[in-house]
Design a protein around this ligand. Structure first.
Ligand SMILES: [Zn+2]
Length: 355
């Protein structure tokens, strides 16, 4: 059922006029699709770089950082195209480090460290869709929940988490988790983290039972996917960390470096029996190869269920790990991908290049 991938490894670029317009408009949607070299300066930039825009006749477009560097361009110091898109800027690092060390930062602490709190607020709003204070509260409650599940005492946990009173801690905990701190042993929280990849930021969600969501942050219908997971597991989302999220991050980095072909993070497949069968069939498509929806349906013993198989693939909430990007149209054409067709193309190019 498997076809060797027959596409050429050169990456398709949108028409030049379109890319130049994207450049003029500083259009972030073209992040990851191209970088632009400026012949007069020898520097290359992201599409949305804030630097002054060059004349059309002075620019040259590339599909990625490697191609631009191979053509002799140096990375722009303003937009830093060699860093993963959506990376945490240097001025934010000490703040993130303090929070992950369990400190509770107020606006005055942030100002004392030499950063304007408004700048932190803007970054969190843009990257997490929530305020820094809300994100920080999530982190503290998630860490507290994990301590309480290890049978540590509520009072110690409350004060170590930077709360000034037990009732303040209990209220904040209950508001966020939907249960009281003392019930932590029998209730789960879904930990959410943003992971950076060369194709843009992704959201990953896990609890002790396994990774249950991995999606590009700008994918279509992300909200519905998150709601589905939440309903299915009957648990609240909290921004935080988990060993499974760390393992996912490391394995994704290896994958994007062409050094990993299979993922071995524990997974939770949250779907109907038919959906789970479809998703397991995806895992059987070897790295660097593609198959058609018909072939996937036939492998499941249901060749007439092509549409149902395509729908099940569309409901896959574990992008890349359950490789629905390896399923293509009958004639080898790329068809729907929730993360965008350009990402599907990039994933296939990556695998073909490494295979
Ligand atoms: Zn730049």
């Amino acid at each position: 059922m498997i076809n060797q991938l027959s596409m050429t490894p050169t990456v398709a670029l949108p028409p030049e006029e379109e890319m130049y317009q994207a450049l003029l408009n500083r259009n972030r949607e073209y992040e990851g699709i191209f970088v632009v070299g400026v012949r007069t300066t020898g520097i290359f930039c992201r599409p949305a770089c804030s630097a002054r825009k060059p004349k059309r006749e002075h620019v040259e477009f590339f599909a990625g950082v490697e191609q631009a560097q191979a053509a002799g361009y140096r990375a722009c110091k303003v937009c830093q195209p060699t860093r993963a898109q959506g990376y945490e800027p240097a001025w934010l690092q000490p703040i993130l480090a303090a929070v992950s060390a369990g400190r509770r930062l107020r606006d005055t602490d942030i100002r004392d460290s030499g950063v304007e709190p408004a700048r932190v607020r803007r970054w969190f709003k843009a990257n997490y869709g929530k305020t820094f204070q809300a994100w920080q509260r999530d982190q503290l409650i998630a860490a507290a929940h994990s301590r309480l599940r290890r049978s540590e005492g509520v009072t110690d946990t409350a004060f170590d988490s930077g709360f000034e009173s037990l009732s303040g801690f209990s209220d904040a905990f209950h508001r966020l988790a939907g249960f009281t701190p003392s019930k932590s042993r029998c209730h789960k929280l879904l930990l959410v983290r943003r992971l950076l990849t060369p194709l843009g930021p992704m959201f990953a969600v896990a609890d002790d039972d396994g990774l249950c969501l991995l999606e590009f942050a700008d994918r279509k219908r992300l909200e519905q996917q998150l709601l589905r997971v939440q309903r299915r597991l009957n648990a609240q989302f909290v921004s935080g960390d988990h060993e499974l999220l760390q393992a996912t991050e490391i394995q994704l980095m290896e994958y994007f470096a062409g050094k990993r072909r299979q993922f071995d993070v524990r997974l939770q497949l949250l779907g109907t029996q038919f959906q789970r069968q479809c998703w397991q069939a995806l895992q059987a498509i070897p790295y660097g190869q593609t198959c058609s929806y018909l072939e996937q349906a036939s492998a499941l013993g249901a060749p007439s269920a092509v549409r149902a198989v395509a729908n099940a693939n569309g409901q896959n909430s574990l992008a890349i790990i359950l490789p629905c990007h390896r399923v293509v149209g009958k004639d080898g054409r790329l068809t729907g991908y929730a993360g965008g067709l350009w990402r599907k193309q990039r994933l296939l190019d990556l695998e073909l290049g490494a295979a």
